[in-house]
Write a protein that binds this ligand. Structure first.
Ligand SMILES: NC(=O)c1ccc[n+]([C@@H]2O[C@H](COP(=O)([O-])OP(=O)(O)OC[C@H]3O[C@@H](n4cnc5c(N)ncnc54)[C@H](OP(=O)(O)O)[C@@H]3O)[C@@H](O)[C@H]2O)c1
Length: 226
């Protein structure tokens, strides 16, 4: 049985990934900040257990609770705060970079022995903002540009250990984060206009399910025409 760790499991995309991978029989370890919400989610996913941790404080992360063999690590945790560079203070930059980049880097390092033991697979939920930075998106885009660099370097380093690395770049996806982005943009939010989290989870699953000789390194998902 595969063991899979999902960060941001209480979020829109994280929960969809958890449900999708539970359905293929993975034994899930659910990462997030809120133990009660994690336990509620674990209660409806057979065999799942919880691993509360705050990625916003990367120096406090430890290997405690990580399984000795890890087949899959899916990084779904993330935060966004929009605003021009003129208004973005140090706290915005530090929090965004900690949760979206430094935390995932430190957690990946801590999990690497277990990932190598299983010749596992790391998936990073990046963003269209990891490829193009528009006005108001500086801190978030910088964190996601950095996450792409982390993934690319990790892929090159870990190939010798049989560890695969995939970056997924979703466009706007109907989650609490997207509702918050609309609020920050001052726009009305219609979740039916955007990618559904289950579609992003299906892309993650596709990357994971490819045979071992095939390595889906990057996937871009844009909202459809519907
Ligand atoms: N939604 C979109 O339009 C969209 C588009 C492109 C890429 N993405 C990316 O996809 C990923 C998932 O986004 P989503 O839409 O599912 O967002 P979401 O619904 O807001 O979920 C975010 C998740 O991250 C967790 N998180 C936040 N701060 C954390 C911290 N300090 N430590 C640990 N966990 C923390 C949240 O836990 P709490 O509930 O405890 O805060 C939550 O589980 C993110 O990396 C995001 O950047 C989203």
């Amino acid at each position: 049985m595969r063991t899979t760790l999902i960060t941001g499991a209480t979020g829109g995309i994280g929960t969809a990934v958890a449900e999708n991978l539970a359905a293929r029989g993975d034994r899930l370890v659910l990462g997030g900040r809120d133990p009660d919400r994690l336990r509620e989610l674990a209660g409806r996913l057979p065999g799942a257990r919880v691993l509360p941790a705050d990625l916003g404080d990367p120096g406090t992360l430890s290997a405690d609770g990580l399984p000795p063999r890890l087949d899959v690590l899916v990084h779904c945790a993330g935060v966004v705060a929009l605003g021009p560079v003129a208004d973005a203070d140090a706290a915005v930059w530090e929090r965004t970079l900690a949760v979206n980049l430094t935390g995932p880097a430190v957690l990946t390092r801590l999990a690497l022995p277990a990932l190598r033991a299983a010749r596992g697979h790391v998936v990073f939920l990046n963003s269209g903002a990891g490829l193009h930075a528009g006005p108001g998106w500086s801190a978030y885009a910088a964190s996601k540009f950095g996450l792409r660099a982390l993934a690319d370097a990790l892929r090159a380093e870990e190939a010798a250990h049989g560890v695969r690395v995939t970056t997924v770049y979703p466009g706007r996806t109907a989650t609490a984060m997207q509702a918050a982005v609309h609020a920050q943009e001052g726009r009305e939010y219609d979740p039916g206009r955007w990618i559904q989290p289950a579609a992003v989870a299906a892309a993650v699953r596709t990357a994971l399910d490819l045979p071992v000789e095939a390595h889906l390194t990057e996937v871009t998902i844009r909202p459809g025409l519907g």
